[in-house]
Design a protein around this ligand. Sequence first.
Ligand SMILES: CC(C)C(=O)/C=C/C(C(=O)O)=C(/O)C(=O)O
Ligand SMILES: [Fe+2]
Length: 299
Amino acid sequence: MIRYKKLGYIALNVTDVERSTHFYRDMVCLDQVGEIKEDVAFLSSSSDYHNLMLNKSDKPGLKRIGFEMESTKEWEKAFELLKKEGYAPVEVDKEERALLKIDKAFRFRDPNGVTFEFYNKMMQRAKPYEPSPVRVLKLDHVVLRVPNLQDTVRFFNEVLNFKISDTRHKPDGEMYFAFMRCFPNPFHHSFGISQGDDLRMFHIAYKVEDINDIGIARNRLINLDVPVIFGPGRHLASGSIFMYFLDPDGLTLEYTQDMEEFPEENPREPRMLDHTLRTTDLWEGASDPRIGKVGHVEV
Ligand SMILES: CC(C)C(=O)/C=C/C(C(=O)O)=C(/O)C(=O)O
Ligand SMILES: [Fe+2]
């Protein structure tokens, strides 16, 4: 069974790289790493060289999702496994790895055609990351909407060894959402998958230090007319306090805080959770219809 370190980075497509770089730097409070070159920007929320890559495209949304493996041995195991299972992993060439500041990497497509990159390690920055005024701790999770949830969950669980933390169900019992963690990373979900009519990125989330960061962020966003579209509230599934807002292209971002963690040995069983608003938000707030609307997935 293959083992992961964490959700490593997200590559987003944005319509105006400079505008989005300023937004992710000044409003989301990530570090811009290096200058914008050839319409590509890198931002970081840790000592990693980057956790967010911005690329120019007229279709804003997701380009790919990068996971860091626990070790080079696990990276090699993952490559062999995906080859054996017929997912045709392709190694990333030296020039691109130099741009991404990663050592070894391969890409493959999941059953929906979404590009995933698995890498063994990323260059670490000497300069400490000192987020301010919103204390962002890490890239936390990404959520996709897919046309076939059952097959997608099966692939991530049975082939890729992601664990199911919880699922949500309609009144007739049908599953419509799965929260998955990249084993043995303890956090409740680094990857969420929702049943949808089409393939779309729903949101990406950054973890912040505490409730003060959510309050500070809310006022800063509202003062600059950035749409805050849901929250603050508390999700029942992970137990986290959340707040969702929109980036300049209308992509949905979430700040999250205080998510449940699972032990590697003897974790609790996944729960079947209902579809009610109270399960989505224990504080019963309403979400704005713009949530998750923009999020083209490059396939
Ligand atoms: C709206 C979905 C179905 C939901 O319940 C979301 C919950 C959580 C959580 O429990 O943390 C998320 O972070 C999320 O999917 O955004
Ligand atoms: Fe989320």
